[in-house]
Design a protein. Structure first.
Lengths: 298, 184
């Protein structure tokens, strides 16, 4: 009889997995499996620009971004100039994602009749799950060509004098669905500067962020601190501060922006911002981004 | 001793019969939205699912971020604006085959079934009852279904500007193949 009890005991032990609630188990079974995925943070920013400057975002492979950006004149220029709207600076750009970690772009801006080209590399992507990476990191390398007529054609002018270079590291974290923050140290080298007082090398550190107000609208701000001593420069230079909104509608992103800078490329806004927020030298402007899909996803 | 072996074997058989669960991690769920303006198609080949053939119970788990689209921007909008995948990372279904007796899991063939349960998308759970088929073949069992859902039912808001681009009802296709040979 004691033998029989032993068998009964064994029987029940073996039955236990069968008796536990089945459906709970089924989802749990799947939960354990899904933890092995890497979950990448997406859309840290809506666009490849925070405001004037770049964000960590890049165009995915095969996507072409056509950008039109405007900066109007200064708000404090008064009603005669329709608060700056009579003047306009513009940049057109075509920017393309070669693959999922490299994008290139070229543009032409009316500020100093500048052609610009850049490459942005996506080095690290913020992720959670199977691999945890707290930040996204991108590297930006840009070259700009000032195509204004030479100020003094009688002297020897070198083509290289037209060029400036930018190197920038972009480090960003999407803290949650609505809040992202970015830090971006930047180095600008200008081959030719206006006077001996002006440094060829500029060092700057920028900070930018966004707060999503609704699913399609976010508030963005961006500030660059210029580390060079400003009081010895040949003209008064201010740190660029920009605030505005990203508005997304289907395939477009509109960025409405208020900024003290008129240039839309790093070389211009980091070292050549002559407007001051305090004096009301504020430019209204916008960026329009329209993305075309040249390569279809498999 | 013989009796012991007998009991163990019987018990083992019992467990086999009642715990026959088949699992897959790469099932397919896709959806399709058709409007005169544009067609939007999302494909997910990483659907996890378990089918318990003894009870007829069936569960699905779909990672929203694993849907792939023709355009990268569609994928971003799908995750950011519509499904809010950061807040609601997955959609699940837990339910059962209403008529499990109609299916003979040991005989190859196609069987009409009806599945009933809770479909949870975008944090909203709804009772659904949809028709489908179970196909028993050598080495695998597949479950197939096609049905429609209405985004508004799941609190997925579509703003007026894109109202003409996104269909009122979205067609969902389910195509899950559970391997039956090899490890469970």
């Amino acid at each position: 009889m004691s033998m029989m009890k032993k068998y009964m005991f064994l029987f029940f032990i073996l039955m236990i997995p069968v008796l536990s609630p089945a459906q709970e188990n089924l989802l749990d079974m799947l939960d354990q499996d899904s933890k092995s995925n890497i979950d990448y943070a997406t859309a840290t920013f809506k666009s490849t620009r925070v405001m004037n400057g770049h964000s960590v975002e890049r165009m995915p492979g095969g996507q072409l971004d056509f950008r039109i950006s405007h900066r109007f004149g200064r708000l404090n220029s008064g009603a005669y100039e329709l608060f700056g709207l009579d003047q306009s600076n513009i940049r057109f750009g075509l920017e393309y994602g070669i693959n999922d970690w490299l994008m290139i772009g070229a543009g032409r801006g009316s500020y100093e009749k500048t052609f610009d080209g850049f490459a942005k590399f996506s080095l690290l992507r913020q992720s959670s799950g199977a691999r945890t990476m707290p930040f996204s990191v991108s590297f930006l390398s840009a070259v700009t060509l000032n195509s204004l007529k030479w100020a003094d054609p009688s002297r020897t002018n070198y083509f290289s004098s037209r060029l400036s270079y930018v190197a920038q590291i972009l480090v960003a974290r999407k803290f949650n669905q609505s809040f992202s923050l970015q830090l971006m140290p930047a180095y600008v080298h200008r081959n030719l500067v206006a006077t001996e007082l002006d440094p060829n090398d500029l060092y700057s550190i920028g900070a930018g962020g966004r707060i999503k107000l609704t699913r399609r609208v976010s508030f963005n701000a961006e500030y660059y601190y210029l580390a060079n001593t400003k009081k010895y420069l040949s003209q008064e230079i201010y740190d660029p501060l920009s605030v505005g909104f990203d508005i997304e509608t289907g395939g477009h992103v509109f960025q409405l922006i208020f900024t003290n800078s008129v240039a839309m490329i790093e070389k211009g806004f980091i070292g050549e911002t002559t407007g001051s927020w305090g004096k009301g030298d504020i430019h209204f402007g916008f960026n329009i981004s329209r993305v075309f899909s040249l390569k279809k996803n498999k | 001793m013989k009796r012991l072996i007998f009991v163990v074997i019987i018990t083992g058989l019992f467990i086999q019969a009642s715990g026959q669960k088949y699992i897959t991690k790469n099932g397919y769920i896709g959806f399709f939205s058709h409007t005169p303006v544009e067609d939007i198609k999302g494909d997910n080949n990483q659907v996890a699912s378990v089918l318990d053939i003894s009870s007829g119970e069936i569960v699905f788990q779909v990672l929203i971020k694993s849907f792939r689209f023709e355009k990268a921007l569609m994928e971003e909008h799908f995750n950011e604006n519509y499904l809010e995948s950061e807040k609601f990372p997955k959609a699940t279904f837990t339910g059962k085959i209403v008529n499990p007796s109609a299916v003979s899991f040991s005989t190859p063939g196609v069987y009409e079934v009806e599945v009933e349960g809770d479909l949870n998308i975008h944090g909203v759970a709804k009772k659904v009852k949809e028709k489908g088929t179970i196909e028993v073949a050598k080495g695998n069992i597949s479950g197939n279904s096609k049905f429609s859902i209405i985004p508004e039912d799941y609190n997925i808001k579509i703003p007026n500007v894109v109202r003409n681009n996104i269909a009122k009802t979205i067609e969902v296709t389910v195509n899950i193949k559970y391997p039956t040979s090899g490890n469970q």
